[in-house]
Design a protein around this ligand. Structure first.
Ligand code: PMV
Length: 348
């Protein structure tokens, strides 16, 4: 099968499902998927309709910060509620999610009612879209009993949002860019390393709407920034450094490579025409605070995504010093998560 669109991809991955595979096994399915932060960033697509990246990327999932999703069959139209608020069909978030659900409707012939509860703190600058799209794929898989493997789940989540390909599991995940034009080898895999002392903290800077979304920003960077030509080499080097550092549980090597990778990504954006700058004065102040802490001997490192918020990377032994230096940060223990027996959607 010649795969050129997201719809082709879904059809291909679900083709093994016969008629029985399009009958729901239960009234609804409830799942949870974590958000993730890239330590080596995904920035730029090589294929827009298939959401295929120019480079590989590597992330850490955020344990209890993510999306609970409950999906069931609907009559006549899709419906979406987020945090118990009904989202009108003409809202951009609903349009994007309904377009995603339509990819599956083409196979199952059914509309869906989707309820999501996000445990990502409002204003923390975390894209909840990654965990949302990953949770929808896993909820559909459960609802219909497809038994899709992780690569297939990751590919399907990727069609909703690139970073969602890495939200299909806890821990460190690497999204391989893949070589194929059809994207069937472009999916994320779990790195088998547990690092119980590893910490991520969210420094909330602003919850205002971003001036430009990540999709448009990366497309403009690829098209307009001369510095983007250097990006694939940067990623090749950083991925090796970051993978090795994770393997060795070496926070200095990991932090240095991850911080440099984030700064380089923002440098490519800054060289776009017109320039893209997500940073606010408070973002810059937070970066200076990180660098001052390091000068004082505290091993803490920063990363930033397509927004003004700053995320910190450190180990448990530095947690007190980091909390003393930053007001109201949210510290995440990525390996300390225990799946709740009853999620917030189980009885609704
Ligand atoms: O998946 P998207 O389209 O939201 O893009 C994510 C882009 C970054 O967050 C900046 C980097 C990344 O790898 O998550």
């Amino acid at each position: 099968m010649n795969i050129q669109t997201a719809a082709d991809t879904v059809r291909h991955l679900l083709q093994a499902q016969n008629e029985a595979g399009h009958q729901p096994l239960a009234q609804n399915a409830i799942v949870y998927a974590p958000a993730n932060i890239a330590l080596c960033k995904y920035w730029g697509k090589r294929n827009l309709p298939l959401n295929l990246p120019q480079t590989s990327s590597l992330s850490i999932s955020l344990a209890g910060h993510g999306t609970h999703a409950r999906i069931s069959i609907a009559e006549g139209a899709h419906a979406l509620s987020i945090n118990e608020v009904e989202i009108p069909a003409d809202d951009p978030a609903a349009k994007r999610m309904f377009a995603f659900l339509d990819l599956f409707r083409a196979c199952t012939g059914t509309y869906f009612t989707l309820k999501t509860i996000s445990t990502v703190p409002v204003g923390a600058g975390l894209a909840s879209s990654a965990s949302a799209f990953a949770s929808v794929v896993q909820a559909l898989d459960t609802l219909f009993g497809w038994g899709l493997d992780f690569p297939a789940q990751s590919i399907l989540a990727r069609l909703g949002s690139g970073s969602a390909s890495r939200s299909i599991d806890h821990g460190f995940l690497e999204w391989d860019r893949g070589q194929r034009d059809d994207g069937l080898d472009s999916y994320a895999s779990y790195l088998p390393v547990e690092w119980p002392d590893f910490r991520i903290a969210l420094v909330p800077i602003s919850d205002q709407a971003k001036p430009i979304g990540s999709r448009d920003a990366m497309n403009r960077t690829v098209a307009e920034s001369q510095l983007y030509q250097a990006w694939p080499n940067q990623v090749t080097r950083d991925l090796d450094l970051i993978r090795d550092a994770i393997e060795a549980k070496d926070i200095l090597a990991l932090g240095q490579a991850a911080e440099c990778n984030a700064m380089a990504m923002h440098a490519t954006m800054l060289a776009s025409r017109p320039a893209i700058l997500y940073w606010l004065p408070e973002s810059v102040a937070a970066l200076h605070r990180v660098w001052q802490l390091r000068a004082d001997g505290i091993q803490v490192f920063a990363t930033m995504d397509a927004g003004p918020n700053v995320k910190l990377i450190f180990e448990a032994k530095q947690q007190n010093a980091v909390e003393d230096a930053f007001d109201s940060i949210d510290v995440i223990d990525p390996f300390g998560y225990i799946e709740p027996d009853i999620g917030p959607l189980d009885d609704g």
